[in-house]
Design a protein around this ligand. Structure first.
Ligand code: C2O
Ligand code: CU
Length: 475
């Protein structure tokens, strides 16, 4: 659209689409995603298999809500940060500069990188102090949508805008899955004058509930509009980067097909009416919006009961608008995205029992795993090549999204047999009064790895632990 408007000087989008669809690979109206497309990081290395980029964290005055400026904590002055695009197997080099007033690190959420590149302060690397820099170097072994964010004072830093999408493509993936959008869902708490709400607002109660922002953002924008041609399939690759908020999505009159999750395609696509994406999690959804030209549909955030007080008196909220332009078309059938995922063999898996715990005492919220707030507990010990069966128990009043760094897991029943669509996960909701069982098979990346609740207000209050993965003991 930007191109089109520049060349043709079109007054309206419709006029543009009539002139410019010829030769376009997509059947969507020209400029369909102009309000939603993410800025992409510039690859400075011409080599095929190397992606090299500069990334700077800094405060930028951005008009997130119209009419007021907000001092956003940003990567490269953008909200969200630039999307990094690479191919499976690429070497990615990120020259990172910290121009923030505070120390920070970057964690590559869901990516199987070496421990030294994982961004865990004090374990992977020292914090990158204000004015400092750090070179990250990773080979990206898995296709899928991932994301990057700080791992220091993360509730404040992520809540203030530090996050970006990281898309790893698989050149062997089928074509025509759908016209693709990467959607970074987040929220931010902005005061009427544009300033950011204090990150510790609400004290212990704020910590217990987790802090949800008052401004819903889709790719950093408030209620943007997507142009769509009725009947043409779209692929929405979603990541939830908010510090606390769960996203349950609804599109009136439409269902979704989920073809992938955290770690790429799932074994078999499954239909879902109201997909749920918890903090840190990803969903790869296919949807075919239908409507008459000129009409609009709204993609809504629907309150999800994640525990005490989380839905009371809360209305649905608008995320973005789908406006139909031009006549309808039909897409060819959805290509086969089925994927064989070998279930991890649970025989001899070592059990590891974890429980989320939280108490408020004298106005202070204490959150922990197995009663020990981070970093008080000894690390969970494992060796390379070992399989462990983690039981993650939640008897608290709120659901918690559990995230393990560095390794995917499979969700299984108590005896280790597969549950649900086979898929690779790194983040999963643990509902109130439930216990989830996760099988982890450790590949050869020894080191210290974190696991935690991805409600960052909980993680920062101690709901976090360490895994110490050692080299196989040689006899
Ligand atoms: Cu998004 Cu410790 O993680
Ligand atoms: Cu939590």
């Amino acid at each position: 659209m930007r191109l089109c408007a520049a060349i043709f000087g079109c007054a309206t989008l419709t006029a543009c689409s009539e002139q410019a669809t010829e030769g376009s690979s997509s059947a969507q109206p020209e400029g369909w995603d102009a309000e939603l497309a993410l800025v992409e990081a510039v690859d400075l290395d011409p080599a095929e298999d190397v992606v090299e980029l500069d990334l700077t964290a800094r405060v930028a005055e951005l008009e997130v809500r119209s009419g007021v400026k907000t001092p956003v904590w940003s990567y490269d002055g953008l909200l969200p940060g630039p999307m990094i695009r690479a191919k499976k197997g690429d070497l990615v080099r990120v020259h990172f500069d910290n121009d923030l007033p505070d120390a920070t690190t970057i964690h590559w959420h869901g990516m199987r990188v070496p421990a030294a590149m994982d961004g865990a302060p004090g374990h992977s690397q020292p914090p990158v102090e204000a004015g400092g820099s750090f070179d990250y170097e990773l080979v990206v072994p898995d296709a899928g949508l991932f994301w990057y964010h700080p791992h220091l004072d993360s509730a404040k830093q992520v809540g203030s805008g530090l996050y970006g999408a990281f898309l790893v493509e698989d050149p062997g993936e089928p074509e025509h899955i759908g016209d693709e959008l990467v959607l970074v869902l987040s929220d931010m708490s902005i005061e009427p004058d544009g300033s950011l709400t204090a990150p510790d607002t609400g004290g212990a109660v704020g910590d217990l509930f987790g802090r949800e922002g008052n401004t819903l953002l889709v790719n950093g924008r408030v209620r943007p509009t997507l142009l769509a041609r009725s009947g043409v399939r779209q692929r929405w690759r979603i990541v939830n980067t908010s510090r606390t908020r769960y996203y349950q999505l609804a599109l009136e009159g439409h269902g979704f097909t989920r073809i992938g999750g955290d770690g790429g395609f799932i074994t078999e696509p499954e239909t879902t009416e109201r997909p749920l994406v918890v903090p840190g999690e990803r969903a790869d959804l296919v949807v075919t919006p239908q409507g008459t030209p000129g009409s609009e549909l709204v993609v809504r955030w629907v309150p999800y009961d994640r525990g005490y007080g989380s839905t009371y008196n809360r209305p649905e909220e608008d995320l973005f608008v789908v406006r139909f332009v031009g006549g309808s078309k039909t897409s060819p059938p959805l290509p086969n995205t089925s994927r064989a995922i070998e279930p991890i063999d649970p025989t001899g898996a070592e059990p590891v029992d974890l429980e989320f715990t939280m108490v408020a005492e004298n106005g202070v919220a204490k959150m922990a795993i197995n009663g020990a707030p981070f970093p008080d507990a000894p690390p969970v010990a494992a060796t390379v090549g070992q399989v462990q069966l983690w039981s993650v128990r939640n008897q608290t009043e709120w659901a918690h999204p559990f995230h393990l760094h560095g390794f995917f897991f499979q969700v299984v029943n108590a005896s280790g047999a597969p549950l649900g669509a086979g898929e690779w996960k790194d983040t999963i909701n643990v509902p109130v009064e439930s216990t989830l069982h996760l099988l982890v098979d450790y590949d050869d990346r020894p080191g210290m790895w974190m696991f935690h609740c991805h409600i960052l207000d909980h993680a920062e209050r101690g709901m976090m632990g360490m895994l110490h993965l050692s080299e196989q003991a040689h006899p």
